[in-house]
Design a protein around this ligand. Structure first.
Ligand SMILES: O=c1ccn([C@@H]2O[C@H](COP(=O)(O)O)[C@@H](O)[C@H]2O)c(=O)[nH]1
Length: 241
């Protein structure tokens, strides 16, 4: 992403709700204050493609965060199913392995071509921001979070996908592994004084942008505010500052 990107354009607001009316109202209210909307498992499981289209009608780019994690053939099929919706980016799990990531990249390109759409960014989730080193150890990963993210970033890059979801604390090492054009999509963002909730690896919006994040994924600090658009604008101003 070029250096001239407006701070608000870097913010994608996560609308984690089952309520389509609430999500569409938020998407309308946030126009001009954020760069895009993230729809994830909670929203999509409840509302599917029709719900996606209703939110997309607000006109903001959509990040479809379904974190596909399955065998290559099944992930390719899921990508074929969501491609016609035209998300700007979508997620798969890097832990699905190199063959799955290669098939995902190929399928996304083929389907975009077939439907006459821009190719979506295929983004690999590395280590969820709700995990820390002891959680990794509990699932049998002996390495530190940083080493595991660096490994998965290198694998994502060599498998031909467009970027990585990582916590703000791993931006520098993920950039080193992926290079300048590799998109870094970063949740675990908390303005100073916000509750971390279930996020374990967090940073402020300004520090994450300074570290090199392309997109900041921010949910509750915006959606839980009395005035979500004002909260998003305050976050963009904090990045400017
Ligand atoms: O590692 C990850 C991957 C995805 N997410 C998603 O980002 C948002 C964060 O919401 P907050 O309310 O700002 O915590 C949420 O939709 C997650 O599914 C993540 O947090 N970490």
């Amino acid at each position: 992403m070029p250096e001239t990107v407006k701070p608000s354009d870097r913010i994608y607001c996560a609308l984690d709700t089952v309520d389509v009316a609430k999500a569409t109202a938020l998407a309308e209210a946030l126009k001009g204050s954020v760069g895009g909307i993230k729809l994830g498992l909670e929203f999509f499981c409840a509302n599917g493609a029709d719900g996606f289209k209703r939110v997309a009608d607000a006109g903001l780019p959509i990040f479809l965060d379904l974190k596909f994690h399955d065998i290559p053939n099944t992930v390719a099929g899921a990508i074929r199913a969501v491609a016609p919706l035209g998300p700007k980016l979508f997620t798969i799990h890097t832990q699905g392995g190199p063959e799955m990531m290669r098939r995902a990249a190929e399928t996304a390109a083929e389907e975009a071509d077939r439907h006459g759409l821009d190719k979506p960014w295929v983004i690999g989730v590395s280590v969820l921001t709700s995990l820390d080193g002891s959680d990794l150890n509990a699932i049998g990963v002996a390495d530190a979070v940083e080493a595991q993210v660096a490994r998965l970033a290198g694998l994502a890059k060599s498998s031909g996908i467009d970027g990585l979801v990582c916590s703000p604390r791993e931006i520098t090492l993920a950039r080193k592994a992926g290079g300048e054009t590799f998109k870094l999509i970063v949740p675990g963002i908390r303005p100073a004084g916000s509750a971390a909730g279930d996020q374990k690896r967090v940073m402020t919006p300004a520090d994450a942008v300074t570290a090199g994040a392309d997109i900041l994924v921010i949910g509750r600090p915006i959606t839980g505010a009395d005035d979500p658009a004002a909260a998003a604008r305050a976050i963009a101003d904090s990045i400017n500052g």
